[in-house]
Design a binder for this molecule. Sequence first.
Ligand code: PLP
Ligand code: COI
Length: 350
Amino acid sequence: MQIIKAEKSRLSEVDFNNLEFGANFTDHMFIADFKNGEWNNSRIVPYAPLVMSPGAKVLHYGQSVFEGMKAYKDSKNQAWLFRPEENQKRLNLSAERLDMPALPADIFNSGLEELLKLDSEWIPTQEGKALYIRPFIFASEETIVASSSTEYKFMILMSPVGQYFTQDVKLKIADKFSRAANGGVGFAKAAGNYASSFYPARLAKEEGFDQVIWTDDATHTLIEEAGVMNVFFRIGDKLITAPTSERILDGITRKSIIDVAKNMGIDVEVRTITVKEVVESGKDGSLKEAFGCGTAAIISPIYAIGYQQEIVEMSQKENRWSEKLKTELFNIQTKKGEDKFGWTKQVTVN
Ligand code: PLP
Ligand code: COI
């Protein structure tokens, strides 16, 4: 792999005490090109703008998929990734649905490892912070014929971050707009899924909500997931989350929480959950907690949920499972606690 190092690090210019999510990028980025049916030309270069054709397909048709993962440091300054093979597999699952070529695992892994070696100083060490990693593939062929590209780029960017939501959130249940439909791309981490969610999210924001909880497109009666998160509800003493489907992103944080919660002795139910059940349990007080989860969001407690004209609030204000689960997960990710599940992978950075 060709490596061109940045002449000067920008690390000292970043205020690690006030990290805006995704606004600061590390000194280097990884790139590989897909051309003539194969991936080639793996390289690391200083982080800089790209030169590309305005006719590149991604700009016109949105043929692009991405991943989100994090690197953490333990108390001995060792770097760790959390379930990276899950991101690698999901990237290719997304790519397949968007008719993009699979990326060999060794390009993903070696790119990630070399990049982390160069920029390991950028991994934050403060509680709740991490180095967010954004692998992505996009169509770079210069033609605006509406068909799959024959050329792509795979890139990895990295950005030191704090938690995506810094406070508990208030979410609105969708009763008109949809994020995904059967036969569509909801299960994929496709750029267009996010683009189409911004307008409903902005309307929700104007009403005072942080994000939208998506419901099924056919009836808007079943809870699916939230803007950049999967969602869990604690009703009575059960922790409930919707099953994944072709409309829902199979979140790595979600499946980790299911295992961690069960291991803590929490009764977890993966089952259909209706809007009616959430609203009614909110009214009778049995809706104790709700939270969203994701790589960026970690675990974000939801303090209120709006549905049409009604707002329900969570009844449990202290000793929340969301906090316990967050600590447990964070301890695994940063090696403070035992990793019973074998989820963490050390990265050799020096
Ligand atoms: N759902 C959506 C739509 C997301 O964008 C994310 C974030 O990646 C998630 C769920 C959570 O997935 P993960 O835990 O793998 O980050
Ligand atoms: C992630 O959690 O990795 C996401 O993809 C969220 C992102 C869209 C900010």
